[in-house]
Design a protein around this ligand. Structure first.
Ligand code: ZEM
Length: 284
């Protein structure tokens, strides 16, 4: 038996962590509050898993989900992380019930579990992350996560830094089929699709088939459709405007199975960036 996170000594020899029980506890939370947003905490849990992982820089091997550094200032207060306390607080009772799991494993497992529970693909996930103590790490510089009002160059700067290619970028951004923007969090407003609690390829279908124009309002630059109900960020529009991104966007609009496979691979990779897994670590 390998090292079990959060345990020490001989007790570890007989202890077998039950990740299915943790998954079940996460699933039970998803629709536990019908008044929250569109009736599911799934999207905000996916965003937590993304933001805890998306700080990774491959050239310095810093950032990523290992450590769960978003528990601490200044990262907890980054503008990009506004609203994610909702997701962290939601998971706190699960951490109390299963104290042997690290926050970093729990947050990433919650994202993977939520994707599948909302109708998406199974996300291969392995345990092995550990949490840093507050005095055990150097705080990351702000600015590692993308800004929605920027262009294709910015998207590539951010995602190439993590080690992703153009196809993986387009696949990952399909997560915007889920959830919505909140004016009190990012300043942007509205959902990308009419089914924000179901994982599907609808984001690419809307992007390629709907008509998008700049929203006239006092808020930040964003696009809206004719109904005014659906939105796209500037970065979303660039998945259509950039000639290298566009073929992937079109392919995913036509082929949901291809999207599911590519998303599962890219999201699983995202959750593992920079994690020092023990040798032979297996998916659970
Ligand atoms: Zn998002 N995202 N994201 N994203 N995201 C928001 C919401 C959600 C960008 C971005 O600025 C924003 C990825 C990529 C990128 C999710 C998942 C993933 C919001 C709205 C913004 C502004 C936040 C708010 O107001 O609550 C940008 C610029 C991106 C790349 C260029 C990737 C990759 C994701 C996962 C794989 C999800 C699920 C949401 C919805 C959250 C919610 O609370 O409903």
């Amino acid at each position: 038996l390998g090292a079990v996170p959060g345990t020490a000594g001989s007790a570890a020899a007989s202890f077998k962590p039950d990740y299915n029980a943790v998954r079940k506890a996460i699933e039970d939370l998803l629709e536990s509050n019908e008044d929250y947003d569109d009736g599911s905490y799934g999207p905000v849990l996916v965003r937590l898993a993304w933001h805890t992982s998306g700080t990774y820089d491959k050239s310095t091997n810093t950032g990523g989900s290992n450590g769960a550094t978003m528990r601490f200032l200044p990262e907890s207060n980054w503008g990009a992380n506004a609203g994610l306390a909702v997701a962290r607080d939601l998971l706190e009772p699960v951490k109390q019930k299963f104290p042997w799991i690290s926050y970093s494993d729990l947050w990433t497992l919650a994202g993977a579990t939520a994707i599948e529970a909302m109708g998406g693909p199974h996300i291969p996930w392995r345990p092995g992350r550990s949490d840093y103590a507050p005095d055990q790490f150097v705080a990351l510089p702000d600015g590692r996560l993308p800004d929605g009002d920027k262009d294709a160059k910015h998207i590539r700067d951010i995602f190439y830094r993590m080690g992703f290619n153009d196809q993986e970028i387009v696949a990952l951004c399909g997560a915007h089929t889920l959830g919505r923007c909140h004016s009190d969090r990012s300043g942007f407003l509205g959902p990308w699709t009419n089914a924000p609690t179901t994982f599907s390829n609808l984001y690419y279908v809307e992007l390629t088939e709907n008509k998008w124009h700049k929203k006239k309002w006092k808020g930040p630059l964003q696009y809206e459709d004719k109904s005014g109900q659906l939105m796209m960020l500037n970065t979303d529009m660039w998945l259509l405007w950039d000639k290298k991104f566009k073929p992937f966007t079109q392919e995913y609009a036509k082929n949901e199975e291809k999207f599911f496979n590519d998303f599962a691979a890219a999201f699983s990779k995202l959750l593992e960036l920079g994690v020092p897994f023990p040798e032979g670590a297996q998916t659970v």
